[in-house]
Design a protein around this ligand. Structure first.
Ligand SMILES: Cc1cc2nc3c(=O)[nH]c(=O)nc-3n(C[C@H](O)[C@H](O)[C@H](O)COP(=O)(O)OP(=O)(O)OC[C@H]3O[C@@H](n4cnc5c(N)ncnc54)[C@H](O)[C@@H]3O)c2cc1C
Ligand SMILES: NC(=O)C1=CN([C@@H]2O[C@H](COP(=O)(O)OP(=O)(O)OC[C@H]3O[C@@H](n4cnc5c(N)ncnc54)[C@H](OP(=O)(O)O)[C@@H]3O)[C@@H](O)[C@H]2O)C=CC1
Length: 465
């Protein structure tokens, strides 16, 4: 304890670990409705930020260890900084199918996206494993390459929607893609030359996570003329093996059938595919190791640091926000945590408010943004809005669904519980997000409207105005 005390170079009121939330600048927050927001994110040189905020000091180094008892952090270059309040925003890293296999890639930050792009440019066939955000994006975006997409479930996109929505989206995988859209106006991410030991090049080995439109600035093109996507449903990876291993196999016919590839993937449905490489799009693990070791943080089942309704961890004066934490407060019946940019921003902002309020001994209430889950994104070139318990999460059989679908145009699903709207999935330009958000928030009894609620001839926005 005394050794650390003596080593402290300086003690700050607030210390934030991680440049995802702390280091990005919100340039333009555009409120789509009360809880839905779209925003641009711009990476800026730290000198610009320090000039703009004279109370801010940016230290380019990996935090190697945290000493909660002596309230200090030690960086990879041996510097020690004290804190009054600390917020851990160290994000997450891909939960890969297998570690240290050069043929298995994960995508998280600019470096890993560039590595993927480089490998893809020479690839004729890739296997994508996973059924969440990254797999959905890649299966649609990758051009000039044969894609085998292995999913555990009966339908695509299980983390974001149900089988009905998946069915609506599937034709887009098979169809020719629309002409390239107008270039996206959001600023692109670039990798700055970082000092040795700075995050992204040090022991944590990863930069900040990518976000919306990450693939629009880079060509995701393989070495074939055409693209194709073949889906393998309800299967997992049984084994990944190299061509050397295959050649040792006594089964001559298998070797001939599979052809020559650098790597092979055997799935649990007894299918084996050769490919140039495998993308493991199988979720994330919160970045708590190794720098939080030696403390007594209470960790949730998903590996995140448990935080309460003031974003406080189990260690005194240590807060956490974003992908690294797991929300363990009594949650609103209409909200759930998902490791998304939107929630990382909201949590970071709210943690900052709580830290300041605690220093000033002021009360602070759980922010309104945690009342209702809302996410706006794009899949297969469709706008996708998810509200509340959009997949009937945690509702058991006690809920009703209303669906309206126009092929190639829109998919609207409403989740009702006890006659009240508790969730919705809106795909396409439905223009319903604001009205539905209000109906979910005000919990109006919608029983009298029955299926008319989704009658396309009724201007619902006008009706409930
Ligand atoms: C390919 C991809 C596409 C995505 N698309 C979307 C999307 O369209 N919409 C959406 O809402 N979300 C999206 N996400 C998810 C979103 O990017 C994350 O949820 C969000 O960025 C998490 O923010 P964060 O600040 O918690 O973590 P991160 O952005 O990962 O930031 C953590 C930071 O901490 C630093 N760090 C870690 N350990 C240390 C240490 N010991 N010392 C110092 N620094 C450290 C890291 O270098 C990093 O800079 C996407 C993610 C990926 C990978
Ligand atoms: N547009 C957006 O909003 C986007 C958001 N993101 C975010 O970025 C992060 C990383 O994305 P991603 O990696 O796609 O993570 P996700 O959590 O979105 O999806 C992971 C998927 O992999 C499945 N899975 C987990 N383990 C295995 C396994 N061993 N074998 C086969 N499948 C497995 C999961 O199934 P199960 O759920 O059953 O465990 C789930 O379908 C996520 O937080 C995601 O939300 C990423 C891209 C776009």
């Amino acid at each position: 304890f005394r050794r650390m005390e003596n080593k402290k170079e300086k003690t700050f009121q607030f210390v934030v670990v991680g440049g995802g939330i702390a280091g990005v600048t919100l340039q333009c927050v555009c409120h789509v409705s009360r809880t839905l927001e779209e925003f641009d994110v711009e990476e800026q040189p730290s000198s610009v930020l320090e000039e703009k905020f004279p109370n801010l000091t940016i230290i380019h180094s990996v935090v190697k260890s945290l000493h909660t008892k002596s309230h200090c952090v030690e960086t990879a270059d041996g510097r020690v900084f004290g804190y009054k309040k600390l917020c851990v925003c160290s994000g997450a890293r891909p939960k890969l199918l297998t570690q240290d296999n050069p043929y298995v890639l994960g995508i998280r930050d600019t470096d890993s996206a560039q590595e993927f792009q480089k490998r893809l440019s020479k690839a004729k066939r890739i296997v994508i494993v996973g059924n969440g955000g990254i797999a959905l994006e890649l299966a649609y975006e990758v051009e000039g390459c044969e894609v085998i997409w292995a999913v555990k479930d009966k339908a695509i996109g299980n983390t974001f929607f149900d089988a009905g929505a998946a069915q609506f989206l599937i034709p887009s995988l098979e169809a020719d893609k629309p002409q390239a859209a107008a270039p996206c106006k959001r600023p692109r991410f670039t990798t700055e030359e970082a000092a040795p030991g700075a995050y992204g090049h040090g022991p944590t080995d990863s930069g900040s996570a990518l976000g919306p439109d990450w693939h629009e600035g880079i060509a995701l093109r393989g070495a074939q003329e055409v693209r194709s996507c073949m889906l393998e449903y309800q299967c997992e990876v049984e084994k990944i093996f190299t061509c050397e291993e295959l050649h040792k196999s006594p089964e001559q016919t298998l070797r001939t059938e599979l052809g020559d590839w650098p790597v092979y993937v055997r799935l649990t449905n007894a299918q084996t595919f050769g490919c140039d490489f495998v993308v493991s799009a199988t979720g994330v693990v919160p970045n708590t190791e190794p720098f939080l070791q030696g403390n007594t943080f209470v960790v949730a089942d998903d590996g995140g640091l448990q935080v309460d309704d003031h974003m406080m961890t189990s260690e005194a004066d240590v807060y956490a926000a974003g992908d690294v934490c797991t929300a363990c407060w009594e949650q609103s019946p209409l909200w759930q945590q998902m490791r998304l940019w939107t929630q990382a921003r909201q949590m970071g902002w709210y943690a900052g408010r709580c830290m300041a309020a605690h220093i000033l001994s002021e009360p602070v209430e759980l922010d309104f943004c945690f009342e209702l889950f809302s996410h706006i994104t794009k899949f297969f070139n469709y706008k996708v809005v998810l509200l509340g318990k959009f997949n009937g999460q945690g509702l058991g059989p006690d809920h009703e669904l209303l669906v309206r679908c126009t092929k190639g145009q829109e998919y609207v699903k409403v989740v009702l519980s006890g006659g009240r709207m508790v969730g919705a999935v809106l795909i396409g330009e439905t223009d319903l997000e604001e009205t539905f958000e209000n109906l979910i928030l005000n919990q109006m009894d919608l029983t009298p409207y029955g299926e008319e609620l989704l009658n396309p001839d009724i201007d619902i926005e006008d009706y409930f105005d």
